[in-house]
Design a protein. Structure first.
Length: 540
């Protein structure tokens, strides 16, 4: 881990004001009606799944006393600035908080797509430009976020000091692409939508999930009634699915006009690359998540990246990155990830996870790959006695086998020769029968990273979670959830000094918890993806 990235220099700034001409005081309206949960509450709750509390700040006019009182009552951070010169409000806030990277949001967009925010955050950590503008294309209006550097925010000449630039914060950045590098990324979490739905995907970006007029508010409340009760963090994927099921719903605000600026358009010739990943229900979600992060990394490098979970014959001449085990395809140029038939000593192959048949381990370091967010310094304190158990998609019997084993070491146990777990948190698997085990069926990737950082022990099976926890020097131990995972667990114990507990079937007979050393001889380097970039430069 490099440890060079910090959460302290990236901020989500939400511009908010009560004086809307078309719909006054909309930002304090409840969603749904009479719920008491306002636009600002929805935005803050969603952002909290990505950002730390200190990174979320509402930027309001100095005269908005009602907003000030509301934000105080909620305990949210806010910054007061000029009402008419919104860009100056952002500049003063950036100076006050020492922001280097800024996520700009507006308070009339309560349903921002959190996955998009996550991937933009990843992109920021890969961007090397001093001046840049970053956003995602193809999202419904009001669900996206834009980002830019503070250097770009403060950039000023006579040409960038016009009235329109004061009202529209980032307009001076977009109007000068020769100064500010413009990154327009495709959302990696939407590319896997079925090819037959191409027309629906194109229409997705034309939907208004923003509030300028009462009709917009009516639609927002209807969407919440349909999606929000069961999934409060629904995103563009769920909107896409809802549009297919209830297209008439989106006619509510179809006639509301949107202000659009004419901006310079850069013609770019990008080399196309496809990522073929395994179905997460079969291969696990770690493969899918790391492919999405790889997608973002390659887009930042200038590639046009598409993701699929199936091979198409018509694409065989396009370079492919394959993260789908040992399955072979008739592709002209292919790069293989974790494929045992293609050892990592070849130019077009690497391992994101070590394997005993082709060990890439030397005595100093081990290359792996995950999201750059895994390297962020969040200053989260470790909770003594907390163990995080990642159970993925294990069934009820398998989940109970793990639970019964770990409950032997819960805090009610007085045997001083054993570790005593003060907190057992299981993520994945099925709902535990014991109330002593905290449980989340699934959480966002960033929330998962937070749980890793706050845990003293990590109990999982051989895979991506093992690598990320080991890189953070956690006390990691492994379970054998299958015959293959058992052999890999024994390999990890021998070569990586990560203790292997035993197979799930053996747990009922095991009454000890393994010694889990925090330090060992290996340094984990998140650099396996750079080999892919080197390969691409030779084939495209």
């Amino acid at each position: 881990m490099s440890g060079i990235h910090s959460t302290h220099d990236s901020f989500a700034f939400i511009q908010a004001r009560l004086g809307s001409t078309r719909f006054p005081k909309k930002i304090l309206k409840p969603i749904p009606e009479d719920s008491g949960i306002t636009f600002l509450d929805h935005i803050h709750r969603r952002l909290s799944s990505v950002f730390e509390f200190h990174q979320i700040v509402f930027l309001i006019p100095e005269s908005d006393e009602e907003s000030i009182q509301f934000l105080k009552s909620r305990g949210y951070l806010y910054f007061c600035g000029s009402e008419l010169d919104v860009r100056d409000r952002f500049r003063e806030a950036a100076k006050h908080y020492g922001a280097k990277h800024i996520f700009r949001l507006t308070a009339d967009n309560p349903f921002i797509d959190i996955d998009a925010v996550r991937y933009l955050y990843e992109a920021i950590l890969e961007i090397k430009d001093t001046y840049y503008s970053l956003s995602m294309v193809g999202l419904p209006l009001g669900m996206g976020v834009e980002c830019f550097s503070s250097a770009s925010l403060f950039y000023q000449t006579d040409e960038t000091d016009l009235e329109r630039h004061k009202e529209h914060v980032s307009l001076h950045i977009k109007e000068f692409p020769e100064i500010h590098k413009q990154y327009r990324l495709s959302p990696p979490h939407l590319t896997q939508l079925d090819d037959s739905n191409q027309n629906h995907r194109e229409s997705l970006s034309k939907l208004r999930i923003t509030v300028d007029e009462p009709k917009d508010y009516e639609l927002i409340c209807e969407i919440w009634k349909t999606l929000g009760e069961t999934n409060p963090n629904f995103g563009a994927t769920e909107i896409f699915q809802l549009k297919q099921i209830k297209p008439e719903l989106f006619e509510i605000n179809a006639n509301v006009e949107q202000v659009i600026f004419s901006l310079p358009h850069e013609e770019k010739t990008q080399k196309q690359i496809h990522i073929l990943y395994g179905n997460p229900k079969e291969y696990g979600y770690g493969h899918l998540e790391r492919c999405r992060s790889l997608n973002i990394f390659l887009q930042i490098q200038g590639y046009d990246v598409r993701m699929n979970d199936h091979f198409r014959e018509e694409d065989k001449n396009i370079p492919h990155i394959l993260d789908i085990r040992e399955i072979e395809f008739p592709i002209t140029n292919a790069f293989y990830i974790d494929n045992l038939n293609h050892p990592p000593n070849k130019m077009n192959a690497c391992f994101f996870l070590p394997h005993p048949t082709h060990s890439t381990l030397n005595h100093t370091h081990l290359s792996y790959y995950s999201s750059p967010l895994s390297e962020l310094n969040r200053d989260i304190e470790e909770i003594p006695g907390k163990i995080l158990v990642y159970a993925g998609q294990l069934d009820e019997i398998q989940s109970e086998q793990i639970d019964r084993y770990l409950l032997q070491f819960y805090k009610t146990n007085v045997n001083s020769n054993r570790p005593i777990f003060q907190t057992i948190l299981r993520i994945g698997g099925t709902k535990p029968k014991s109330p002593m085990i905290e449980f989340h069926p699934r959480i966002s990737y960033i929330e998962f990273l937070r749980e890793i950082e706050s845990s003293e022990w990590i109990c999982t099976y051989f895979g991506q979670t093992m690598m990320e926890a080991a890189a953070k020097r956690k006390k990691v131990c492994l379970l054998g959830i299958s015959e293959i995972h058992s052999s890999l667990g024994m390999f990890a114990e021998k070569e990586l000094a990560i203790p292997y507990i035993g197979s799930l079937q053996e747990l009922s007979m095991i009454t000890i918890f393994p010694e889990t050393p925090i330090q060992n001889r290996i340094t984990y380097r998140r650099d396996a993806h750079t080999k892919i970039l080197n390969w691409l430069q030779t084939v495209t």
